[in-house]
Write a protein that binds this ligand. Structure first.
Ligand SMILES: Cc1ncc(COP(=O)(O)O)c(C=O)c1O
Length: 382
């Protein structure tokens, strides 16, 4: 009945978890949700022209602002090579549509962004790892390399300058299209090199994308991409065939917000707010998980990545955690292949201090219990 493509289709665990987080009393460390307190209020009226169809590439004024911002980062992104997306998730779909047939080698990190894996699997990607060292040629046949170099989801890691250079050079050398996904770059709590990798490429093909979800409002579903000259027009055609264009009302709201005089202050406030939430979260982590896990303090983004001292498959803990009113993301879900066991992704932006305390205490109890009785856990895996 369905296309062959559907065989690779799996429901996203994160969307299933998000379905239960509205339950009263639920503490969620699961999604990358902004704090509700920092979402914008909107009191505008709707100009009628925004209710009309618009261009697939996006509205000119928003594209211009995005182009200016990207050029300031060193990206070769003139306005006619900038496209507005219906969420940066759409950029993953369009790029995969362009490059991935069943069996196409696609280089990804392990772990990497779950919903990118979901899209790439849907089109039949064969996952590989890009060789970035001079002697490591593995993954050299990759057609596409999907990376989140700055505050990665799920690990929060930020590539060093040398890693960025290496990646840029490897893509140029091997001919892999570099697909840089950069939704977290503005949520920076300690300085680190955030220069876009695509700005370091001398030649080669690339797609760079960002999002308004993490700094403004995910419900508006708006992101953007820029691409090298050889790719851009194909991405536009893929977008035309997908949704014609992104919501013009969302584009106007975002344009007005990011060009308003208060935008820089708003960003600074947001960063301060999330840095404080990160620090509260880490203090609670030390109390509850100090003996159970290790982690690095994320210098940006929205997540802590925990490596448990015991190789507990955290997928087996999720049902019980939700029963007890806490949602988290099992780290094993972020692996393109067979996952290393014993990892968790915990979002620190959404929950307030009391919920963090209660939620982490509950999770730690579950992890400690599982660590001491591994056999019963594996039995429950079937
Ligand atoms: C790495 C990464 N890329 C893309 C997205 C999609 O964001 P959006 O479609 O809301 O712009 C997310 C969302 O969490 C993400 O973490």
């Amino acid at each position: 009945m369905f296309s062959q493509r559907v065989e690779g289709l799996r429901p996203s665990p994160i969307r299933s978890i998000l379905a239960v987080i509205d339950r009263p009393g639920m503490v969620s460390f699961a999604g990358g949700l902004p704090a509700t307190d920092v979402l914008p209020a909107w009191s505008g009226t709707v100009p009628p022209e925004l209710l009309q169809y618009g261009p697939s590439e996006g509205d000119g004024d928003l594209r211009s602002v995005v182009s200016e911002n990207l050029r300031a980062l060193g990206i070769d992104a003139p306005v006619d090579r900038v496209m507005i997306l219906s969420g940066s998730q759409q950029g993953i779909d369009l790029t995969a549509k362009l490059f991935v047939d069943p069996g196409t080698p696609v280089a990804v990190d392990d772990p990497t962004y779950l919903a990118a894996l979901q899209v790439l699997r849907f089109y039949g990607a064969r996952f590989t790892h890009l060789g970035t060292g001079p002697t490591d040629g593995s993954g050299d046949d990759a057609r596409l390399a999907y990376v989140v170099p700055t505050f990665a989801n799920p690990t929060g890691a930020c590539m060093t300058t040398a890693e960025r250079d290496n990646l840029a050079q490897t893509c140029v050398r091997t001919g892999a299209v570099l697909f840089e996904d950069d939704p977290y770059r503005d949520l920076v709590y300690e300085p680190c090199d955030r220069t876009p990798v695509v700005s370091r490429m001398r030649g080669g093909s690339w797609v760079y994308q960002g999002s308004f979800s993490k700094t403004f409002a995910p419900g508006l579903r708006l992101g953007f991409l820029a691409a090298s000259d050889d790719l851009f027009r194909h991405l536009v055609v893929a977008k035309q065939a997908t949704d014609l264009h992104s919501s013009r009302l969302s584009q106007r709201i975002v344009h007005d917000a990011i060009t308003a005089p208060g935008w820089t202050d708003r960003l600074a406030h947001l960063v301060g707010f999330y840095r404080a939430r990160r620090d509260v979260f880490e203090a609670a982590l030390r109390r509850h998980f100090g003996d159970l896990a290790s982690w690095e303090t994320p210098r940006g983004g929205l997540f802590f990545w925990l490596r448990l001292r015991q190789p507990v498959d955290t997928r087996t803990l999720l049902g019980e955690a939700i029963e007890r009113g806490v949602a988290f993301m099992p780290g094993e879900e972020f692996s393109p292949g067979t996952p290393a066991l014993g990892t968790m992704r915990l979002n620190f932006s959404h929950a307030g201090a009391d919920d963090v305390e209660r939620g982490l205490a509950t999770l730690a109890t579950l992890v400690a219990g599982a660590s001491t009785s591994p056999s019963s856990l594996y039995a429950s895996l079937g």
